[in-house]
Structure formats: C-alpha cells, structure tokens
Design a protein around this ligand. Sequence first.
Ligand code: VG1
Ligand code: CO
Length: 543
Amino acid sequence: MTIITHATTPFDGQKPGTSGLRKKVRVFAQAGYAENFIQSVFDVVERGAGATLVIGGDGRFHNRVVIARAIRMAAANGYARVLVGQGGILSTPAASHVIRKYGASGGLILSASHNPAGPDEDFGIKYNIANGGPAPEAVTDAIFARTKSIDRWLEEDAGSFDLDAIGTSMVGAMVVQVIDPVADYADLMESLFDFSAIRAAVAGGFRMIFDAMSAVTGPYASEILERRLGFPAGTVRNGTPLEDFGGHHPDPNLVHARELYDAMMADDAPDFGAASDGDGDRNLIIGRGRFITPSDSLAMLAANAHLAPAYASGLKGIARSMPTSAAADRVAEALGIPSFETPTGWKFFGNLLDAGMATICGEESAGTGSDHVREKDGLWAVLLWLNILAVRGISVDALAREHWARFGRNYYARHDYEAVDSAAANALMAELTAALPGLPGRTFGSLIVAAADSFTYADPVDGSVSANQGLRILFEGGSRVVFRLSGTGTEGATLRVYLERYEPAAGAIAAETPAMLADLILAADQIAGIGRHTGRTRPDVVT
Ligand code: VG1
Ligand code: CO
C-alpha cells in the first residue's frame, strides 16, 4: 500500500443541487476540484469496515478520468471493494440497483443527466446512500460543509485495473470488480414485468421505437427490448453511448426528441415510441398520434400497474413532486390509497419508499419509478407501459382517452426560461414571495386566486423540514401556476413555470393543451412579471 496525501484548499460553491454537484467540465477539470468533492464525501458518509462502493456514470466526456481517480481515492480511504461498470458505465437506475443488490454502503454516480456533454459542456457527481437513493439533504449538507474546510485528499498509488475488462484486480488492499453494467438490471426488469405477454404482442406485430439519444440507455435497451423481448433489430435508435451524446441534449422531451415525436405523429407510426435521457432515469412516452405528459403517465401507470406481476397485489401509495400535476392524486383516491406531495428531486421519495408508504413515484420532469430501486427509472416506465398495453391489447391513445373520461384531465405544461440573469431571477422570486399574501381573492382574466404560498415539506417519516420549495398560486376550480428556480443548471438561473388546468370528466377533455392553458399563461406573466424581470417574451423550452 502506498497512500499519498495531497494537500488542497477549498473551492467555493461545491453545494450539491437538486441532483448532486453539476458544473461545466472546465470547472471539474481544475486540479483538485473533483478530488476535493469526492474526499469530502468519503470524509462524512456512513460506512462500516469492509464497505463496498459502487461507481458508474453516463459515459459522458471526463467520466473515465474522474472514475479512475475515484477508484484510487476509495482504496486510500479504506473501502474494501469497488464495483464499477465496464467502461465506467452504469445508468442511474442500474447503479441504484447494484448498490442494493450487493449491499454497498453507497455509490458515486457521475452524470449531468440530460445536460449536453463535451469539453465545453456539463459534468456532475452525485452520492447515493445504502438504500440506493440520492443522499438526503442532511447528508448533502454535511458534504457541503466538509468541502469548505477540506485540506487534503488521499490516493492509493499501488496496483492497477482495466476499466474495459470485466474481472477483478487490486488497488492497494482494495478489490476492484469491473462488472457487466447491464445484466443485473435486465434481470431485475425481467422479474418485475410480464415479458411473455410483451413477447406475444411483438410476435403479433406490435412495434416500437426507442431513442437512446446516444446516451447511456443504448446497451440496456438493446439487451432488453431487442434481445430479451424480441423487438426487431433497429428498434433501438442512437443506441451507442457517445462521450458527447452526438452533440445533442439527451433530454427526452418534445424539443430535443423531435425526430421521435415526428415519427410517432406520421401516418406510418409504430404503436409506441419512447426515449430516455443521458443517465437513463427519465422517460418520454408517445403513442401513435398521442403524446403522454409525464404527469399523466404517472397517473395512467398507477391506475394500471396491477397488470404487471410486481404490482399485482396493489400499490401502497403514490407520491409525486409538488409541481407534478394532481392527476395521480385522483387515481390514489379512487384506489383508496394515500398520495404524497414532495419537493422536486428524487431524494425526497426515498423515505416514503423505504417506509413502505409509497410504491410508485413520479415527477413532471419525465421521471417515474417505483420501490424496485431508489431512483427514477426510464426503461422501467417504458416496460410498465409495454406490459399494460400488451395485457390490455389497447392503444396508448385509447388508454389515455379512457383515463380522462374516468378521472378528468389535468392539462399541463412547463415553461422554462433558461440562462436568465441570476439577479433578475432572484428579484422575480423575491417580489413574488412578498406578494403572495395579497393574492387570494384577486382576479386575473377569468381566474380567481384561491390560495398562494411558498411550499414547505415536512417529511412524514423523519420529520425533516424543507422550506422554499417553490411558489404556488392556486386558482378556484383546481388550476394552478407554480414558480421555482432550477437546482440543476450550470449557467445563470433557469426559471421554471408550471401550468396546470383541471377539467372534470364531464368537461372539455379532448381539447388541445395550448388553448386550454392560454389564460393561465397570461395570468402567470401578470402575477410574476416574467417579461419585466427577465426581458424574455417567450420561454426557451416548453415541455
Ligand atoms: C430537474 C427536474 C427535477 C429532477 C432533476 C434531476 O431539477 O425539475 O424534477 O428531479 O432535474 O433529474 P431542477 O432543480 O433543475 O428543476 V435528472 O434526470 O437530472 O437526474
Ligand atoms: Co437524468
């Protein structure tokens, strides 16, 4: 063993956001930057003797450099074993599963999710705890505190490993096990869903497109969809993970997955279209001629989940992030199970899942998942949809119409204003916060404000309180607008405006979303002064 102690000094701003520490590659590439953060993690997180650490990433530029360093640092910090995906690859849900399956004390996930990759783009590091989920705020706060006083990081110099060869080697006294990144995850999926029903549908001519967006899900989708389920070769598009994601944003929405959307709206569209993001935890669902919003997808999956073997005995509860539409709440009510409203970010679902209070969770940002892991899971959502469609022999469009006819419809959109001047964005939020008490009773067009508040969450399991989680304007009749600033951006501020309008089953459930939200969009600008503060007349991205 040859442990080297490197002296260092703190970097400003190593505070993990909604999902870990995300910065430009050039920030991460500064000498000691990633090392300081990783050492801070190792200095504060719980682990016993003989602990295992899981390491994997979405394959983006700079992954290999940081993974090689993290392995040597783990050895110097006393880990007994590192499990790392071949080539440094592990999708976020696969990493969560590997942590749980092998009893690791935690894991490092290297990803900036749906943000673009390359020397001038984004990088990220996130720590997940032993339950497989993102570290809760108490842990990320402790990591951040440590980054402010860090004065050394440790590295093991002895031994070597080959990230590209499955097998075992030693780095100092630590075992490095390079594992197949796909196999464990694919087996888990096969244990949850009715693969023979899906195979039968494929044999009967059911066809789909899966767009892996040149990101991490390619190998997972090829194995599961083409090899295990029998979809024809070519079903998976952009299936080779590239270090720069082909120069695109691997963000599965109607803007960045435009080709898939167009293919699904064409006359010769297949039955089903789906995509995932950079690290494999998000999903986009489009049926022939029918886009399903993530909020609706959560509700529709929850209403039909009992058709999959893993959920045949029913759900314990449904959880959604606050800005996610209330469509899932109506399903929970009909099923007679509890529903939960949490702040944005998957880490807030961990306690509910661990306590057995919720089975299915979702976010409006194209994240859906269940208690099978502790991350949102893109391919899981795709497979649950496939399972439901195969068993029911129904189209996506028909399923959606049937759902709305029963529960009513929550028209929904999110408007993002990106790279806004931070001071302007903060001023908007401060002014709106101050105006909240005076809003109830005021009228904007045909909308009357019923209530307005800043969302605070009290975790029902451990009692921890998270304040300032978004500003909510609730209107009479169940419509609302929510404002919050992104916690994942790496440039200026991103203002997210979430718009939701509810129409009961007897109302206008077959209308077009933009028309249904037009009043709310006007009200949002009047209430918050978006144009006045940001100088923007329209959002950069509408999802
Ligand atoms: C965004 C989404 C949030 C999601 C987070 C991480 O956060 O809104 O719902 O959990 O990204 O997703 P923010 O703070 O920018 O709004 V991923 O796929 O980056 O791990
Ligand atoms: Co992601």
